[in-house]
Write a new protein. Structure first.
Lengths: 450, 281
């Protein structure tokens, strides 16, 4: 039976210096996948390459474990000797592989527990594999289920609740003070964090983004980048009076948002609430400004503290999420195993139907040829049933008798199990209903041989 | 001997309760208790109890309404006495909360409001009735009805103000692990605005009630030197000042919330004095 496998590297096993050597560019994915399915005993394959992981999910040809070859393949693709990466690559097969895929999709294997990106990246990778023609029924079912599990985990546990980075926390805190729809954001100075926070605020409904900087050119550039309006530094007081959220991250050595300035600002604002997020070090805002009514000041330590608390909550939720994944993986495994017997069941049914059809047809033909008395007809039906039973049982019976002694016991046991038999120990010598007689030696009682 | 006395006591209690509580009353009591517990669970982070909690509030509200209606069929008007009015007040508070919680997440508010409604309902039904007000004029009834509705609206505004103060404090003091902070409820500004609107609604109603009350008292020829009258005045003046300051000087937030609570505490004191007076009488 073909089995799912995972071969890969992630932040858990290797630093970025190693991961970057194994990373694949987006445009390489399809060709790599096709090369793999062509040259290796791999029937289905998917390749995900993000900043935190490079992994191949696949299904080997029936009865083969291709993980060794896939490991070598990855190394060769990146121009490395397989021995170089053998320590940092990991692999899983069967149930462990299913579990791994489910955990990755649910962001339980992510650096930031519960982050939302990985699911999108996985969906993308699945799309690429589909386009490259390397995804198949097993991988498809597994990933579809993985997406379902991820959704379940996100809705049923707190894993994705609570912002996990400073800029989203800033937005969350602002959202506790007011509804962000239609609000004005003032970005003071130009830091990467403030850009991110301003973008987040916009997605939450903030309509005006104003940028100010000591250097007008920098202000212009940032304003263009985040679709805001640049305003001169000299207008700071007026801008503060109009803004609802202030994100400050200048490189100034001295505080800019001083108590004296805010005394004027709060008066002009008529105590309208204002959220000041100060992510600069050294700080831009004097702590004393939060004494004014309606001024909510958060510095970088406050934000980090919230992030830490949220991450701790996520870690707690991860336990519950792990249980969901465990349960779902078990079910999927069960489905996979049942998929293995489906063709057998189909063949068995077909064969039985064929035998029955043939014999029924023969009997019907014989009955049609001439007149029969009811007694003869009854006899013909009885004979028909007998014949069908004999024919169906012929092959298994012969196989059972012909089996080598140690295997015969097992086969007999399986048969008893399948048909719910309780063999009568006294009658084991005879085989009623079977016309063919079998030499005594082959009719060894199976149990005594073991 | 002691048995006979116990029976007598029960009979006396039943007489004092005027009309025995309806089955709906007990349903309401259970639903209020369960809703309080469920809201606590939600506040503790079990979000899946949210729908159940709001459902229980709705059950409590309906059962409470049915109980008031049932008393109506027994000729007990909700504005017949202060005791009945308190039961009606709790009904208004629950209804207002139910309405507001369809728009905002007010878990913390529910944890405050539901037990308050329960206590008011229990006080209104299980305290001794004393003797009924004799020949209650329609003027008196209108006064009691309007005062009840007004105080009910103020109660909702006060609940919002109380939540505002608790949440604002947690945010200001950076108590990010405080229980008030865990529940991602309505933003401070929304709480403030909603409370403001409620006071706009309650104030005219309460004003009319106050005027009618004064007319009623003077008609009865009673003097105005009882403690509850200046207290009711405190409520009215608090809200009058609040509305002016908000409108003219842009008052909002903490100061407004504190004044809202001051006015309500005075109104609550008036109700309690009435209740105790009737019981003693």
């Amino acid at each position: 039976m073909s089995q799912l496998f995972v071969v890969g590297i992630s932040w858990r096993t290797a630093p970025v210096a190693v991961r970057e050597k194994l990373a694949f560019r987006e445009e390489e994915l399809a060709t790599t996948l096709q090369a793999m399915t062509k040259t290796l005993p791999v029937a289905e394959a998917l390749l995900i390459s993000t900043c935190n992981r490079v992994e191949i999910y696949g299904v080997g040809h029936a009865g083969q474990d291709p993980t060794g070859e896939v490991r070598r393949f990855i190394a060769e693709q990146r121009g490395l000797a397989p021995a170089e990466v053998s320590d940092v690559l990991y692999d899983h097969t069967g149930p462990a592989a299913i579990r791994h895929v489910f955990r990755v999709a649910s962001a339980l294997d992510s650096l930031v527990l519960g982050e939302a990106q990985i699911l999108g990246q996985l969906k993308e990778a699945y799309g690429v594999a589909g386009d490259a023609g390397t995804s198949g029924p097993v991988l498809g079912r597994c990933l579809e289920r993985a997406f379902g599990v991820a959704k379940r985990v996100r809705t049923e546990t707190a894993i994705a609740r609570g912002a996990a980075n400073v800029s989203t926390v800033a937005v969350d805190l602002a959202a506790r003070v007011f509804n962000l729809a239609g609000k004005t954001v003032l970005v003071v100075g130009a830091g990467k964090m403030s850009t991110l926070a301003a973008r987040h605020l916009r997605t939450q409904g903030a309509t005006h983004i104003v940028v100010t900087n000591r250097s007008p050119q920098k202000a212009e550039r940032l304003a263009e980048e985040i679709d805001g309006i640049a305003k001169p530094w000299e207008e700071l007081e007026k801008l503060l009076a109009e803004a609802d959220v202030v994100i400050s991250s200048t490189g100034a050595r001295e505080p800019i948002l001083t108590r004296a300035l805010f005394k004027k600002v709060t008066k002009a604002r008529r105590f309208r609430p204002i959220v000041v997020v100060d992510i600069a070090v050294p700080r831009d805002a004097e702590p004393a400004i939060s004494d004014f009514e309606g001024v909510y000041l958060f510095d970088i330590d406050n934000l980090e503290k919230v992030v830490a608390a949220n991450l701790a909550d996520r870690a707690k939720a991860a336990e519950q999420a792990g249980k969901i994944v465990e349960h779902e993986a078990g079910q999927f495994e069960h489905w996979m195993r049942s998929q293995g017997v489906v063709p057998t069941i189909k063949a068995l049914r077909e064969k039985f139907a064929q035998v029955a059809d043939l014999e029924v047809q023969k009997t019907l033909d014989a009955l049609a040829r001439k007149e029969h008395t009811p007694a003869q007809q009854r006899e013909a039906i009885q004979r028909l049933v007998q014949l069908v039973v004999n024919k169906l049982l012929h092959a298994p019976t012969t196989a059972l008798r012909a089996a080598p002694p140690d295997e015969a016991a097992l086969r007999a046991e399986v048969l008893c199990d399948l048909f719910g038999l309780a063999p009568d120990e006294n009658s084991r010598e005879s085989a009623p209903g079977l016309p063919e007689s079998v030499p005594e030696s082959e009719a060894e009682p199976p149990r005594e041989t073991t | 001997m002691s048995d006979a006395r116990a029976v007598d006591q029960v009979a006396e209690t039943v007489r004092m309760l005027s009309v025995a509580p309806s089955p709906a009353f007990w349903v309401a009591v259970i639903a209020y208790t369960a809703a309080s517990a469920a809201l606590l669970f939600v506040l503790a982070g079990h979000q899946r109890f949210r729908a159940l909690a709001i459902g229980l509030v709705a059950v409590a509200f309906v059962a409470h309404g049915v109980d008031i209606g049932w008393r109506g069929t027994q000729h007990v008007h909700p504005a017949q006495s202060v005791r009945e009015a308190i039961g009606f007040l709790a009904f208004i508070i629950t209804g207002g909360y139910l309405l507001a919680s369809t728009r905002y997440r007010l878990t913390l508010g529910g944890v405050v409001v539901m037990p308050v409604s329960l206590v008011l309902l229990l006080a209104a039904r299980l305290t001794p009735a004393g003797d009924g007000l004799e020949d209650l004029s329609s003027l008196g009834r209108i006064h009691i009805s309007l005062a009840t509705i007004g105080v009910g609206v103020f109660a909702l505004a006060s609940a919002l103000s109380a939540i505002y103060l608790v949440e604002e404090r947690a945010l200001r003091k950076k108590q990010f692990d405080a229980l008030a902070f865990k529940d991602k409820g309505a933003p401070l500004e929304s709480l403030d605005k909603l409370a403001h609107r409620l006071i706009w609604v309650g104030f005219p109603i309460f004003t009319v009630a106050l005027v009618l009350g004064a007319v009623w008292v003077s008609k009865l020829g009673e003097s105005l030197d009882r403690l509850e009258y200046p207290l009711a005045g405190v409520t009215w003046v608090s809200y009058a000042i609040l509305l002016v300051m908000r409108q003219v000087y842009g008052w909002r937030g903490r100061r407004a919330a504190k004044l809202t609570l001051t006015g309500f505490v005075a109104a609550l004191a008036v109700l309690m004095i009435y209740l105790v007076r009737r019981m003693v009488a």
